[in-house]
Design a binder for this molecule. Sequence first.
Ligand code: AR6
Length: 202
Amino acid sequence: MNPERPYRVPQGHVEGEPRINAPAETIGTSKLELAQGDITQQETEAIGNAANSRLAGGGGVDGAIHRAGGPSIMQELRAKYPQGCPTGQAVITGGGRLKARYVLHAVGPVYSGKPKDAELLASAYRSCLTLCSQHGIRTVAFPAISTGVYRYPVEEAAPIAIRAVADYLKTHPEITLVRFVLFDPATYQAYRHALATASHRV
Ligand code: AR6
């Protein structure tokens, strides 16, 4: 661990109060940071959802977002995207009763162990960020897409997610904050490790 950057899990963090020692990195003028917690409580302008290609709702973070945001999110999905959303892409809806104004419904890959998994996972994050740029969304929180029901090993997924976001931020200063909100300690630690390595900086 770098003694200059002592990490502390911001478990007890209260929105609106300064974050103490949240792992973070500056990319150009944008900030990429990690937090452990429940993404439905985030006050970023948008939050990401780990959806399925039918956009049909489900368990995990998808279920939590629909429960917290209320039925308007599913109504909007059915009305605007009856054809669903391909793997590696994302669609946008309002946030219903969430604090976030928008939800980005990203479809990550079901893990197969093949090289295309990584490209589809990176593409899901890029697609969300492109929607942010198009809609004037400056702050966004992401869950660890594909690492739950879709069984993507988090040690593999974390560096892919961080690199995809970091690469996008290098050329898109209009997005000022990307925060990964990791639900469980093991996922948080995997992301912390990935952020501490240099692969996304080159
Ligand atoms: N806040 C942040 N992260 C969460 C939360 C939460 N409230 N709840 C769970 N996670 P998963 P996937 C984490 O399974 O693998 C659904 O049924 C969870 O611990 O939600 O992309 C969809 O409808 C894990 O680290 O998404 C799809 O059918 C991460 O979110 C399918 O699951 C992703 O786990 C998508 O599977």
